[in-house]
Ligand binder design. Structure first.
Ligand SMILES: CC(C)(COP(=O)(O)OP(=O)(O)OC[C@H]1O[C@@H](n2cnc3c(N)ncnc32)[C@H](O)[C@@H]1OP(=O)(O)O)[C@@H](O)C(=O)NCCC(=O)NCCS
Length: 167
């Protein structure tokens, strides 16, 4: 399981302030799978078995965060896991294209880091394609830094960065 995505699109005037998207953060529900699968297909170009989401979230349900719109429909999610002692890891993280750069990813990451600290973890990690400059910028703003180059990490041969930050 790898946190992958296409390279970010060329920057739009995204840094002109826009209204934050009105979302509510909540836990994952099995009924979210079709919508989350669609976000994953578009943003991460992956197609997972529907049962995968619930099984990955089972060990640490608080690490699986969903941002829902006013109709309770997911518009973004962060699936974090706890596989290494003392560490949380971002396994999947994506926001629907229609609401990107409106603060949804920030809400998800803030909550994820807070829950990681609450769980007593001392470090958070993730992997990202070296070409995904938008996500790398986002993570750098969160004081994640590159700790390793993962050669041929992705199925198409692209290298990845292993990034981490103290909590
Ligand atoms: C990476 C990703 C999850 C970020 O989600 P997002 O909802 O766009 O994140 P935010 O809106 O909180 O932040 C994005 C940028 O918009 C800016 N922003 C946030 N709210 C804003 C607002 N109201 N007005 C203007 N800019 C704003 C942020 O400062 C941030 O800037 P930065 O990229 O320089 O750090 C999203 O781009 C995505 O789904 N990408 C495709 C999948 C992907 O690459 N996932 C990561 C795989 S490792």
């Amino acid at each position: 399981m790898r946190c992958i995505a296409e390279p970010a699109a060329a920057p739009t005037p995204a840094h002109l302030p826009t209204e934050p998207a009105p979302v509510t953060l909540r836990g994952f529900r099995t009924g979210d799978v079709p919508t989350i699968s669609a976000i994953v297909a578009e943003a991460l170009h992956e197609h997972y078995d529907p049962s995968l989401y619930a099984s990955l979230g089972a060990d640490w349900p608080a690490g699986f965060l969903v941002a829902a719109d006013e109709h309770d429909r997911p518009v973004g999610f962060l699936l974090g896991v706890a596989q290494v002692a003392g560490e949380s890891r971002v396994l999947m993280f994506a926001v629907d294209r229609s609401v990107r750069t409106q603060g949804v990813g920030t809400r998800l990451m803030d909550a994820f880091l807070e829950r990681s600290r609450a769980r007593g973890f001392h470090r958070a990690t993730l992997e990202v394609r070296v070409s995904n400059v938008g996500a790398i910028r986002f993570y750098t703003r969160y004081r994640f830094s590159v700790i390793d180059l993962l050669r041929n990490y992705y199925s198409d041969g692209e290298n990845g960065y292993h990034m981490a930050r103290e909590l």
